[in-house]
Design a protein around this ligand. Sequence first.
Ligand SMILES: Nc1ncnc2c1ncn2[C@@H]1O[C@H](COP(=O)(O)OP(=O)(O)OP(=O)(O)O)[C@@H](O)[C@H]1O
Length: 578
Amino acid sequence: MQKWSWILKWVAPFRWRILLAIALGFFAFGANFGLLGISGLLISRTALHPSTILMVYVPLVAVRFFGLSRAAFRYTERLVSHDFALRSLVRIREWLFETLERRIPFQVSGRTFGDILSSALHDVDSVQFLYIRAIAPSLVAVFAAALTFTVLGTFGVSIAVTTMIGLLVAGLLVPITLIRYRQTLGRRAQADRAKVAEILTDSVRGWRDIKAFGQESAFFNRLVHLGHTLRETDIRSVGSQRIAQSAFLLVQGLTICAVLWELSVGSGHVQGVDVAMVALFVLAAFEAVAPSFSAFEQTGVSLAGVDRLRALESFPVTPFIPGEPEPQSGILTVRELSFRYADGVSPVLSNVSFEAHPGKKIAIVGQSGSGKTTLLNILTGLFPYTEGSIQLDGTELASLNTATLRSTFAVVSQQTHLFRGRIRDNIALGRPNAPLGIIIEAAKLARIHQRIENMPEGYDTVLGERGSQLSGGERQRLALARVLLLDAQFLLMDEPTGHLDLETEREFYSGLFESARGRTIILVTHRYAVMDQMDEIIVLKQGCVVERGVHADLVQQGGWYEKGYRQYARTSGNQRSN
Ligand SMILES: Nc1ncnc2c1ncn2[C@@H]1O[C@H](COP(=O)(O)OP(=O)(O)OP(=O)(O)O)[C@@H](O)[C@H]1O
């Protein structure tokens, strides 16, 4: 029931258009019904060679009226219903965008964001078709059945009842039986299609590794095998649709035969000249239930889609507090911070405390999965925290408005995304109206200015997909220019040099430290290249702070940090000597 109220929420503002579309659909059916029936009457009367034209004059006019109005009603009905469906589609898409935007980044049952997004877009489209293919035709069918019963009832109740039975069998029994069968096939096909999508995504993302390990034919064969299975399922599915159509025609034919038989045994009060008209009325009545098969099928697909869409609302929300940005330049105090992604799961952070003073450089290190990125995400307000406190100059972070948070904390993430477009627009992502002079200033600080100047069109050079013409180091320096442009007090860095060589990494950090004077840097990393320049290093293990201090002290302690550092020094020594 909640599902339907969710659907009604989107269609309610268009109720008058919906009523109009249903009325037009009903009139279109009525015109076809009248056209066929009255045509039968006209042919019969003409065959009897009427003595005067007046005998056929009224049916002639009626046929002309129904013939012309049928097309007009059908056209207008399609126009109104598609107009309404597209308007509601816009609203549902807006809702989808807001819902997802407020819930990034999330990770639910291993599903990735791309996976959720593509299935959600498909589901939104299927909700749109729910009205056009299911709700409207079903309502029109109900009114059409009432009209059929009333008209045929005037020729005899048994004729009307027989026709109703035929309509119920063709419009309910046949489609429900076949839908059940097709649902089983559909589930199988859906699972196979998901596997195909998985293999394709894997192949595109991992083509280098597939080639390097000589696995092309293995991937290809799996795809071919799934393709065969899918083809078989599709053939069965299409075959069952043909059976449904044949069954529909059979029921229609049998109903007409049954009505003709009733007329021949004298049931009802029909004159000989009206027999063709009654038979054609019965034939026309089936037009109302012809869409029932696709209506049932669409209802199943759309309701499953509605379930998935509504489930998006249960994902955790990134808080949004409205307001103007207020400049912050103070001390960040994290006290006893604990965090878990969902109730009942183990905490990712437990009792983490530290202080960050203006101009200080803090490194957060620890093994993979120890909660470093989570901590940065909490600081930027992406995940709401409930245990412990985070204060900026004594004000709780959770009570700062979102604009202040965004202007106070700037982030360089592990993998910066560069958008297709001009370099200057990519740098000015957080300040779209920034003048070119300021953009250049930020690029100089990030030591990427010269490289940009050397490009064919300088700052107007259009970057390809994900900045493909730039190296990893250049992309990260562009990302640095992006955050330096924001003038934020805190620079949060999540493994910004993950895939840079030692030399480029050092170059990146010297650019960063020089340009970020006076700002606070919180650096999450697995690498130890600039640890000796950090004011404090915090070591996390399974969400807990296990060691803290400066580099020189930590290497003396002989703990986790010291082990990691020795290992790093060995590897980087090897790299240098290579
Ligand atoms: N959005 C999420 N939803 C649920 N669990 C998550 C989410 N993000 C991370 N986790 C889990 O929280 C734990 C800490 O992850 P986090 O990314 O913070 O670790 P990390 O120390 O940054 O790891 P790495 O060094 O590998 O980047 C991991 O077990 C991870 O699986």
